[in-house]
Unconditional design. Structure first.
Length: 175
């Protein structure tokens, strides 16, 4: 999955989650926290793999251990400032990113060894040939290609969902 796909996936999962659990719908800073969370594992891993600091573009940032550590630090920080909804949105986005990658791996019918990134550094992370290409170059090349991706196909649904969230936000403000 590429950045737009992760953002779309995380957003479309978070809106019903927030609705059902009574959490803040994703707008404003909460939306920002969610979107940063959906990109965070790749923002950590891809540049560090390209710089040969990490063994793979799916290693530390995609690890369950890293997610728990980041979540604990973030939770302590936002609780101090009474903004727990930001940690929830960021953490949800982070987890949605990893789940999206798992779905992509399963969809490609990739061997189970590819799941090693979940328990990195206890298990070896899979190595990808594309880790030798600058991540920003990969993203530009991917989006420059004339093909539809799930992220692009779902943009109209995201737009409709965003309009729903905005209408609901305005209704709640008016009450």
């Amino acid at each position: 999955m590429f950045p737009l796909g992760h953002a779309v996936f995380g957003y479309l999962l978070y809106v019903p989650f927030a609705w059902v659990t009574g959490r803040r719908l994703p707008y404003g800073v909460t939306l920002g926290a969610l979107l940063v969370g959906t990109q965070f594992p790749d923002l950590v891993d891809k540049p560090l793999a390209y710089a040969n600091v990490l063994p793979s573009g799916r290693a530390m940032g995609h690890s369950v251990f890293f997610a728990l550590a980041v979540g604990a630090v973030l939770w302590a920080l936002v609780r101090r400032y009474d903004r727990p909804h930001l940690a929830v949105a960021f953490g949800f986005g982070h987890v949605a990113h990893v789940v999206g990658d798992l779905i992509a791996v399963v969809g490609d019918q990739t061997p189970v060894a590819e799941f090693g990134f979940l328990l990195w550094p206890l298990l070896p992370a899979p190595v990808y040939a594309s880790d030798n290409v600058a991540p920003w170059v990969r993203v530009v090349e991917f989006y420059a290609s004339p093909r539809l991706t799930p992220g692009l196909v779902l943009v109209p649904l995201v737009f409709v969902t965003f309009l729903f969230v905005e209408r609901e936000r305005r209704r709640r403000v008016a009450e």
